[in-house]
Ligand binder design. Structure first.
Ligand SMILES: [Zn+2]
Length: 282
């Protein structure tokens, strides 16, 4: 039954890639409704966190109700929030594949400058894949908790461009799993390997970031390590995504060459990683 529903007085558009929880909370805030009440109008009465992006408990009736409340078409809502496509009748739900669970996008605040430019001042959380780590308009890092200015780190923005091109050529979600594997290796090198030319690069990048008021300057947190090692992580991602180099005896030499270091300076522990058989169809 949707006959008694009316469009909300302030029916904000969703931001592309916004989490469902973020959008519902912004709608509720703008219209001075409790999130539980807005949720009840859609169907399941539930408090949504802003980083919530699951619809496992929604029935298909929720989509037309959300469309009426927001004054937007169902295709427009699905385009902005692809997670809504998972709405199914209870019997049709399938469990996620292991690779989908591994590659689940992170939820991070949208670029604060882009949002301000659009006149949005509340918190907008987006579902962000690793190749969407940079706002290229504002040169801002988006993968971590803090949105760092990348003006002094052009290699990070270039790495993100390479990463985006790679994702366009290869199939998700496998490329995300390659990225996560590469990130694990570079983080291990950062923490455990003997000092190498790579550490000089990473420490120089970390030195451009503002001091972390809550952190130990000698032990940067995971978010900062991910930023500092991002160009090298992207280089390894591209290597792991290549069927030619998977299991190849020359993998270490190729990695060293792509990282522009001598092979004896490459820390140990490089493996081609886990691949799903379907990945080779990409
Ligand atoms: Zn921006």
């Amino acid at each position: 039954m949707t006959s008694h529903l009316r469009t909300l007085p302030l029916s904000l558009p969703p931001v592309h890639g916004e989490t469902i929880g973020s959008y519902l909370n912004r709608l509720a805030d703008a219209n001075h409704l409790a999130i539980g009440h807005l949720s009840f109008l859609i169907g399941p009465n539930r408090r949504h966190r802003r980083d919530d992006n699951r619809v496992g408990y929604w029935t298909p009736a929720a989509l037309p109700r959300l469309a009426i409340l927001t004054g937007r078409s169902i295709p427009a809502l699905l385009h902005a929030m692809p997670a809504l496509a998972a709405v199914r009748e209870p019997g049709q739900r399938r469990p996620p594949l292991a690779v989908e669970e591994l590659a689940e996008p992170r939820r991070r605040p949208a670029c604060r400058l882009c949002m301000a430019h659009r006149g949005i001042h509340g918190l907008v959380v987006r579902s962000t894949d690793p190749h969407e780590g940079v706002c290229h308009r504002h040169r801002i890092w988006l993968l971590g908790g803090d949105q760092h200015d990348l003006s002094a780190l052009p290699e990070i923005t270039s790495a993100d461009r390479r990463h985006r091109r790679l994702v366009r050529r290869r199939k998700d979600p496998f490329i995300t799993v390659d990225y996560l594997h590469a990130r694990k290796i570079t983080a291990q090198w950062f923490r455990e390997a003997d000092p190498s030319p790579l550490h000089q690069r990473w420490n120089r990048r970390l030195g451009t970031l503002p001091e972390d008021p809550y952190g130990d300057p000698h032990r940067p947190d995971e978010d900062r390590i991910e930023l500092a090692t991002y160009p090298e992580t992207t280089t390894l991602t591209s290597l792991f995504a290549s069927p030619h180099w998977r299991g190849h005896h020359g993998l270490r030499a190729e990695a060293a060459q792509r990282l522009a270091i001598a092979v004896q300076d490459l820390p140990p522990g490089l493996t081609a990683g886990w691949r799903h058989p379907q990945a080779d169809r990409a």
